[in-house]
Design a protein around this ligand. Structure first.
Ligand code: SF4
Length: 390
């Protein structure tokens, strides 16, 4: 099957047909050891649907709190209470001001999952600020970001419908990784054991809520945490299904697992680069028109391979803050990513946290802000980000 299907995919690059999960798995199994035809087909699909543009988002990473009610076995972001449980609003303000002066466009607010449900210190701190939950505090930080002319994007785990509605009033988009749809990965000794919020059923329910609320949503899969190829392909099919139903998935992150010291999974191997790139390519072939992203700091040696596997986005890159979730992997310099991208023959553009096609789903205040600094294609105008990204 792989021969004729791939031939058709490579040849018919004007309107690539999406692969379903069964065909993707068959293709994966039959192409083991020789994935080049899959990459070529994925590249052709990307070129047909994305017009030679590879984008990124210039962001500041605001780590609102590292406390979390969950415990994932690969996570070093989560900490135990020590000092201030949340970043005080004055520090958030100073970070946003500094970021704006360095050309950042996106204010990425990241928080552990509802820490107020596990730690009294967190609940009391929020109460002193006059808010009831972490998402409510993030909404306040987001208002501040807008005052600084920045576009908020929130990753704070599973939000309730009320919290989602609140955050959506000030955020350009939200992020929630599916990671994997397999219940097996939550069993004993598996990575999602001890992390009830990572239950696939729960994550899918939250992603559905985001769809019903019409919030541009970024999600994705984590590759190499012990899943089978079939499980990762099925996870991509779940994401595709959500998007077909609600039309709100603006981007799929395909992220490679990297083991971290001091975690239960420190001895686990990182995702194999060839397997990872093949999953990227399958994501493209299953969702030809989707925005597919792979984080450049987690694959510093693999830019050409990821481009040839069909990505069209590098995700958020910060000129001012580290990746607090993966602090051992420094962000690349934006000019270096640009050089690699342009040398591979692509146009390099800065996007808002929301992709151009989804801008009309943003709150009106953000649409007005974007109109003042976007180019005719809906990307950020060069003057806004280039100077600060040197
Ligand atoms: S939910 Fe997120 S922050 Fe919390 S332990 Fe898991 S990976 Fe870490």
């Amino acid at each position: 099957m792989s021969g004729p299907v791939l031939q058709r995919l490579v040849n018919d690059d004007r309107r690539p047909e999406p692969l379903d999960a069964d065909a993707a798995l068959l293709l994966y199994n039959r192409s083991a050891g020789s994935p080049d035809p899959i990459y070529r087909a994925a590249s052709a699909a990307r070129n047909a649907t994305k017009g030679g543009i590879v984008s990124f988002s210039s962001k500041v990473f605001v780590s609102v709190t590292t406390l979390c009610r969950d415990t994932c076995t690969y996570c070093t972001y989560k900490t135990e209470p020590q000092g201030e449980p949340f970043m005080p609003i004055g520090i958030v303000d100073a970070m946003l001001e500094n970021a704006r002066s360095h050309g950042c466009v996106e204010a990425l607010f990241v928080a552990g999952e509802h820490p107020e449900e596990r730690y009294d210190q967190a609940a009391q701190w929020l109460e002193r600020q006059g808010v009831a939950s972490t998402p409510e505090y993030i909404a306040r930080c987001s208002e501040l970001a807008i005052k600084h002319g920045m576009f908020p994007h929130t990753n704070a785990g599973n939000l309730t419908e009320c919290e989602m509605e609140l955050v959506s009033k000030t955020n350009a988009s939200i992020g929630l990784m599916l990671e994997n749809s397999s219940e097996r990965l939550a069993e004993r000794m598996m990575p999602h054991n001890g992390a009830p919020s990572k239950s696939p059923r729960e994550r899918i329910r939250i992603l559905e809520n985001a769809g019903r609320a019409k919030i541009p949503t970024t999600t994705g899969v984590l590759v190499g945490i012990g899943e089978t190829p079939q499980e990762v392909i099925e996870s991509l099919a779940v994401i595709d299904g959500l998007n077909r139903r609600y039309g709100h998935i603006q981007e799929v992150i395909v992220q490679n697992f990297q083991p971290k010291p001091w975690t239960a999974m420190h001895g686990h191997m990182p995702a194999d680069p060839g397997y990872f790139a093949t999953v990227v390519a399958l994501a493209r072939l299953m969702m030809p028109g989707m925005n597919i992203q792979a984080p450049p700091n987690l694959s510093p040696e693999s830019y050409p391979m990821l481009l040839s596997a069909g990505i069209n986005d590098w995700g958020g890159i910060s000129p001012v803050t580290p990746d607090y979730v993966n602090p051992e992997f420094a962000w690349p310099r934006i000019p270096d990513v640009r050089r690699h991208t342009e040398e591979a023959g692509f146009g390099f553009r800065c996007r808002f946290p929301t992709y151009p096609k989804y801008m009309n789903m943003m709150p009106q205040v953000l649409q007005d802000m974007a109109a003042a600094c976007s180019d005719p294609d809906g990307y950020v105008r060069g003057q806004r980000w280039e100077e600060g990204a040197q």
